[in-house]
Design a binder for this molecule. Sequence first.
Ligand code: ADP
Ligand code: ASP
Ligand code: MG
Length: 406
Amino acid sequence: MNYIVMKFGGSSIQTILHMQRVAERVIQKQKEGYGVVVVLSAMGSTTNQLLDLAKQVTKYPSKRETDMLISTGEQVSISLFTMILKARDIEAVSLTGSQAGIKTFGSHLNNKINDIDTSNITKHLNDHQIVVVAGFQGMNEQGDITTLGRGGSDTSAVAIAAKLQCDCEIYTDVDGIYAADPRIFKTAKKLSYISYEEMKEMAFLGAKVMEPRSIEIAHQHQIRIYVASSMTMEKGTYITEGKEMIEKQTITGLSVSDKVVMVTLKHVANQLNIVADLFMNLAENEVNVDMISQSPSSKDFVNVSFTAGANDLTQINEVLEKLLQNNPDIEIIMDNQVVKVSVVGQAMRHQSGVAAKLFKVLSENQIEFKLVTTSEISISYTISKKLKEQAIQAIANAFDLGETNV
Ligand code: ADP
Ligand code: ASP
Ligand code: MG
């Protein structure tokens, strides 16, 4: 029997009516002869609501208990969805992450999948049941329920597909992957294909349509992903090896990350150990530092700037407080009115002049940037939040990321 994994995100199953529509699609897939594994997220914004409840109890909820709490969202989805299938006389069974054999390791709220024992899933598939698995969750070696980080149902789905060696379909509230988030750039082009590398980079740089780790798993195990709308039958986007794409544009896509904080430290004594200790302490506090720049302000002092995820603000403040205790002359400027705009394209590896063109576009549009970083296939700029729309428009026009006939 050919297996297939179909994953539906929160907005696709936000009400029972939505679930009923999704059930039709799933049943149709089974009729086509597939052994169907359905992976579900929590309904609508349930996960956020559960996190809000925890915050009403305490400012710093225990991570283990938070995992216990937020994993329930997906369990509501799988039980209700399976009831809908059964009400239509379709054989189906719901499985929690641990019942589906998902074994995890790492820190609570951000676990990684170690392995999946798919024997329970395949047993039910071979009994011609539709298997409905709770995304986003697993169980660690201690037998604790764990979650895989926000957006982690994508990871569950792709990991199951990797283990079953089958295709994975991701159904969501957009009808494919666009050159830029269609909610912030309405005329963005839809892509028929995107390479694993480009999708991974776009996701890491803020395109929340796919969780970045899920693409890493798909790439490693050569699992073809199809991203499409759960509401319409519009043709979606394949995420696959780059070779399927005949003609490559210089820039395939643009990502924006709003959840950025930029920290500038002024009047830092020009001693290597101060800066080294700062980044060491940030790392020890699990702050993922992204961009860094250091420039001399005088012979004896330097200015240091770095960006990190806004979610890490509490840890960053703790580290900076300690830094100030030992170096009271340092001036700290925190700027959370910044965004990171990145362009991504595999062709950048072989083409020169992309950065030059970007600098020109930004300067012609009077868009001042604060920090820049590059990878082999991307260039990222931190700019003021106020300039976000203007920058997206200018870059999209310059690199042909919009539809021409709209
Ligand atoms: P789900 O609940 O199905 O997991 P998400 O909200 O996680 O859905 O992801 C879908 C959202 O991703 C879309 O609503 C869209 O705004 C956003 N998005 C960001 N970048 C892109 C892009 N390049 N192409 C398509 N959607 C994107
Ligand atoms: N429900 C989880 C979240 O909101 C997982 C997911 O949606 O993929 O992050
Ligand atoms: Mg998602």
